[in-house]
Design a binder for this molecule. Structure first.
Ligand code: HEM
Length: 430
């Protein structure tokens, strides 16, 4: 400690030598575990995870500090084993550290890929995928078969993203892509010893985690290669310089986030059928933000947060959006799924999240805010509107609302642990 004033860190649980606070992390759902610890200590706490110094933010006021007031100082990304392997050593937009390279890439994506003009030009893709989804449901209805809503939602958003991004229907005819995607998601949220104890990297080799990660990379890389080859073939065939798709590595970000929203909305609604017709995805994103801890950030410069704590550079920042959505200081009866709480607050729409003053941040905020926000919301809304308007949904025979498990599966995007299977009938309203 050279200067005690500079070293003043937020409070946190007592740390053990070497492992720090690892013994307090329970289970494999980090957002839930950190929420439990922060309830005992403080919504702004310091943890030592092996050799990593981390702060955890679990309140809207502090999230505003990190994501808005001190956004520039807090908007880099930490280096870690899984993100490096799966993103060509942090060279994609989501995992690249802040700097000129990221700024250029983000600008390019915003103008070329995520602009409303580009987005609108893919309306026919979305309509095609909605029609495909409806046909699948109708075929299950005629055979009186249950529908795996989780899989259906994933197919819809995966196909829509692939066709938008790569002008190709690879996902549609090659179902293995969903498995590859799921594994990559799981890898991104998995525990690698080397991230916290750099000298013990051999443990990840011994446990097989390193080779599992390598396999995941090779599989996903194979898919990218297929997309690229197809893209180049199409371009050379047409002789056109103009590529009308969004070819790049938006694959993981764009595919299963929207589908996670759809499956959680359907699960909440099937337990409260009287709310089925008043679906509002804001409420679902409050209780089940698809990316519950946003993407971890890293501090670049020393700043004072919460008025008194000096956080040194290189500290990892976890913003627990999941905990903020359940914070009793921010929400009345936070555990209750009550879409009506949003009815009179703001008019729904793609920018409505800004009105909740950091209490509802499923897309993050600041420089690193999700650039696919509008696309994600529209895909989820489109899928839900069609599922709820065209069909009536019920639980399979013998199953009660209280039997619907709401357990979460680990991953950077949190899906349901158990797939949601429901019975559909043609809506009487149609
Ligand atoms: C409901 C749907 C979605 C949700 C909830 C969501 C959520 C998020 C979150 C929380 C972040 C991290 C923000 C931060 O660090 O503060 C993020 C980043 C990102 N998302 Fe999304 N997302 C969704 C859909 C999409 C779609 C459809 C795409 C692309 C097609 C996409 C592409 C990205 C990219 C490229 C980043 C990294 C941005 C950067 O680091 O500069 N997302 N998203």
């Amino acid at each position: 400690r050279t200067n005690p004033a500079i070293q003043k860190l937020p409070p946190g649980p007592a740390k053990l030598p070497v492992i720090g606070n690892f013994h307090q992390i329970r289970g494999n759902l980090l957002h839930q575990s950190l929420w439990e610890i922060s309830k005992q200590y403080c919504p702004f706490m310091h943890l030592k995870l092996g050799q990593v110094s981390a702060v955890v933010v679990s309140s809207a006021t502090l999230a505003r500090d990190v994501l808005k007031t001190f956004d520039l100082a807090c908007c880099s990304r930490p280096h870690n084993v899984a993100t490096s392997e799966l993103s060509y050593d942090g060279s994609d937009i989501a995992f690249m550290p802040y700097g000129e390279g990221w700024r250029q890439l983000r600008k390019l994506c915003t103008v070329e890929f995520f602009s409303p003009r580009k987005f609108n030009s893919f309306m026919s893709v979305r309509e095609h995928e909605i029609a495909r989804m409806a046909r699948h449901i109708s075929s299950r209805i005629s055979g009186s078969l249950a529908i795996n809503v989780s899989e259906l939602a994933l197919c819809f958003s995966c196909n829509t993203t692939c066709r938008t991004a790569f002008s190709g229907d690879i996902a549609g005819d090659d179902l293995s892509i969903y498995g590859v995607l799921k594994e990559a998601q799981e890898m991104l949220a998995s525990f690698f010893v080397a991230d916290f104890f750099p000298l013990l990297g051999w443990v990840d080799v011994a446990t097989g985690m390193k080779s599992r990660l390598r396999k995941s990379f090779l599989e996903i890389d194979g898919i990218y290669q297929k997309f690229i080859d197809r893209h180049l073939d199409a371009k050379s065939g047409s002789g056109s310089e103009e590529n009308e798709d969004l070819l790049d590595n938006i694959f993981i970000g764009g595919t299963d986030t929207s589908s996670a929203v759809v499956e959680w909305v359907m699960a909440e609604l099937i337990r409260l059928p009287e709310l089925m017709k008043r679906a509002q995805e804001e409420e679902t994103m409050r209780l089940h933000p698809p990316v519950p801890m946003l993407i971890h950030r890293e501090k670049m410069n020393s700043v004072t947060l919460c008025g008194e704590y000096q956080i040194p550079p290189k500290t990892t920042i976890y913003v627990n959006a999941w905990a903020i959505g359940r914070d009793p200081d921010a929400w009345e009866r936070p555990e209750v799924f009550d879409p009506d709480r949003f009815v009179n607050m703001v008019s729904p729409g793609v920018n409505s999240f800004a009105h909740y003053d950091f209490k509802l941040i499923p897309f993050g905020e600041g420089r690193r805010i999700c650039p696919g926000k509008n696309m994600g919301i529209l895909m989820a809304e489109l899928a839900l509107a069609n599922l709820l308007y065209s069909f009536d949904w019920q639980l399979p025979q013998g199953m009660r609302a209280e039997d619907v498990s709401m357990e979460e599966a680990p991953g950077i995007t949190v899906h349901r642990k158990h797939a949601l299977c429901l019975m559909a009938a043609k809506s009487e309203a149609n």
